[in-house]
Design a protein around this ligand. Structure first.
Ligand code: ARG
Length: 258
């Protein structure tokens, strides 16, 4: 009898332990079970060609393909959470998600709160205007309303630029709204990532000029501080760089931008 109780307890303990390994409660890298673990990635799907929604509402883009490749390589099932760009760092800090791929530049300031992988892409900044706006230099921004996405390096950059040129800054929480505001004349300039801006120039017949002042840090995968996934992800990125898979993704999504 004693023996039966003992083995029953043992079985129960094992069942509980196994269940714990799978629940992955805080979205963090859960226990190592044989079942596919869930990897929760957050993004802000307002930023084509890196992440946006296709007509059916499905999230797609360079970052999404890259995240799927990472998850596949490391044996995870990828789960995507779409949120405001401004909330991504907070979500990592609260460990609500395992990683962020959102065209996020690995700035020194962000590094105080999150960890980054090695960079996987480099872009620049651009000032986007309507075709006939005749805004072609930083000085031309004087007296204009310049829109930026909230929480981005462009918001920071614009604030610094305001010390030099007197314009009104309008931070908006969605990058798509930025373009709508431009098209409906509520802002005269949208300051944003060059790869993203180039897409809009082609699609919407807009104009734009390069930001001559900045050289932004590369885009990287962001993690909660001290995450145990960073090395693994860096290895996958290195492999993908060596075997041409990263270039394939760039050719697929960023070809028109380069
Ligand atoms: N690269 C810029 C930054 O890190 C903008 C990124 C915006 N990303 C997005 N998914 N809306 O601040």
């Amino acid at each position: 009898m004693k023996k039966t109780i003992l083995s029953l307890t043992l079985i129960l303990t094992l069942v509980v332990l196994a269940a714990c390994g799978q629940t992955n409660k805080d979205g963090a890298n859960g226990g190592k079970t044989t079942d596919k673990k869930v990897l929760t990635m957050a993004t802000s799907a307002d930023f084509a060609p890196f992440e946006s929604r296709d007509p059916s509402g499905k999230v797609e883009g360079f970052d999404i393909d890259l995240a799927n490749a990472i998850a596949k390589e490391l044996g995870y099932k990828l789960e995507i959470k779409d949120m405001k760009f401004d909330g991504l760092i907070g979500a990592l800090q609260a460990k609500r998600v395992d990683m962020v791929l959102a065209g996020m530049s690995a700035t020194e300031k962000r590094k105080k709160n999150v960890d980054f992988s090695t960079p996987y892409n480099h872009s620049g900044e651009m000032f986007l205007t309507l075709k006939d706006a005749n805004i072609k230099t930083l000085d031309d921004l004087k007296g204009k309303i310049v829109g930026v996405q909230l929480g981005t390096i462009q918001e920071e950059g614009a604030k610094t630029l305001q010390k030099q040129v007197d314009f009104t800054l309008k931070p908006l929480d969605n990058a798509t709204t930025l373009i709508q505001e431009l098209l409906s004349h509520r802002i005269q300039v949208a300051y944003l990532d060059k790869s993203v801006a180039t897409g809009y120039i082609k699609e919407q017949g807009l104009a734009g000029f390069d930001d001559p002042t900045t050289s932004s840090p590369g885009m990287a995968v962001a993690f909660p501080k001290g995450s145990d996934m960073i090395d693994d992800v860096n290895k996958v990125l290195k492999n993908m760089e060596d075997n041409g898979k990263l270039q394939e993704l760039k050719d697929k999504w960023l070809k028109d931008q380069q």
